[in-house]
Design a protein around this ligand. Structure first.
Ligand code: ATR
Length: 294
């Protein structure tokens, strides 16, 4: 039985209503990012935080629709429920098995997932690192890893190795995406930490939850070299333990703040068919994050 949900106020006059839904949600930077996108593009978007009870996701989505809501970003812990609730799914949401973007179409809820494309754009456009022909090591095999495999393969890397503490989960992802890898002409392999080759990769992506509790996923140090981009999907005021480790081994390190802004821009595009500029918003967020250190 769903928990009762308080009615949601409609958008201010002349605007269309969007929100990020999660639990907890107050920390989310999405309202800040989308307010900047709306101001920049002149789109009539009002974007809010929306707290849903852990047992009240579907009821909250219904209340939001009743208030005239047009779209939602979905975050922890509701991405799987959003996937189940959507009437139709984009190919990338289907492959991810999770939905971070809902659009309220006249014929029902459309589920999409913009996380993977956010990662790809941050690596290619913001960091200037080529994914085509690259040798990539992806650490982790949970939801975060699964969500980025198809968008990475669509850029045709030479090799993608999926490595996880629990090898069977990595094996499962390799099996799931083998047809996509074949289509891209990429070699897709995986397993436990022993599947890591003793050479420097072009890109090492940390999609484990390790950075949340300052732990480093097991990884052969030879995977990091001077030409390696070590990308942590997490971010914070300080570089993560994974980033510090990679830099100590001579690699370049990046956090996931750019991915956050890029996935938001892709969601904005899904809803509004307008692509905002991400660089000024990323710069502003970076400055705010740095200031929060002191
Ligand atoms: P998410 O949806 O954020 O990916 P998840 O599905 O719980 O979260 O997956 C977490 C991932 O981080 C898993 O790959 C997990 O490894 P296991 O499958 O072996 O549990 C990985 N992970 C979490 N903490 C880790 C640690 N300290 N070292 C290595 N891997 C870790």
């Amino acid at each position: 039985m769903d928990a009762p949900i308080a009615p949601i106020a409609p958008a201010v006059s002349g605007c269309e209503l969007y929100a990020v839904v999660g639990n907890p949600i107050a920390h989310s930077k999405s309202p800040f990012i989308h307010a900047r996108f709306a101001a920049q593009t002149g789109e009539p978007v009002e974007y809010r935080h929306l707290l849903a009870p852990v047992d009240g996701f579907a009821a909250t989505v219904r209340a939001f629709a009743a208030a005239g809501g047009r779209g939602l970003n979905v975050t922890v812990p509701f991405k799987l429920e959003a996937h189940a609730l959507a009437k139709t799914l984009s190919a990338r949401a289907e492959a991810a098995g999770a939905v971070n973007t809902l659009r309220f179409d006249t014929d029902g809820l459309r589920g999409d997932n913009t996380d993977g494309v956010g990662l790809v754009r941050d690596i290619e456009a913001n960091r200037g690192v080529r994914i085509a022909d690259a040798r990539i090591l992806l650490l982790g095999a949970g939801g975060a890893a699964r969500g980025v495999i198809l968008p990475l393969l669509e850029r045709a890397p030479a090799e993608l190795v999926v490595v996880n503490r629990t090898a069977a989960k990595a094996d499962g992802l390799v099996e799931q995406f083998s047809a996509a890898a074949h289509k891209a002409g990429s070699v897709l392999t995986g397993g436990g930490p022993e599947a890591i080759a003793p050479h420097a990769y072009d890109i090492v992506i940390n999609a484990t939850a390790g950075s949340l509790d300052d732990s480093l996923p097991e990884c052969d140090e030879r995977a990091f070299g001077a030409g390696t981009l070590a990308y942590d999907m997490m971010y914070g005021p300080q570089p993560t333990v994974f980033m510090r480790h990679a830099v100590a081994l001579g690699a370049q390190a990046a956090d996931g703040l750019g991915m956050l802004v890029e996935q938001a821009a892709e969601s904005f595009f899904v809803w509004r068919a307008v692509r905002p500029a991400t660089a000024p918003v990323l710069l502003e967020l970076r400055t705010i994050l740095a200031a929060s250190r002191s």
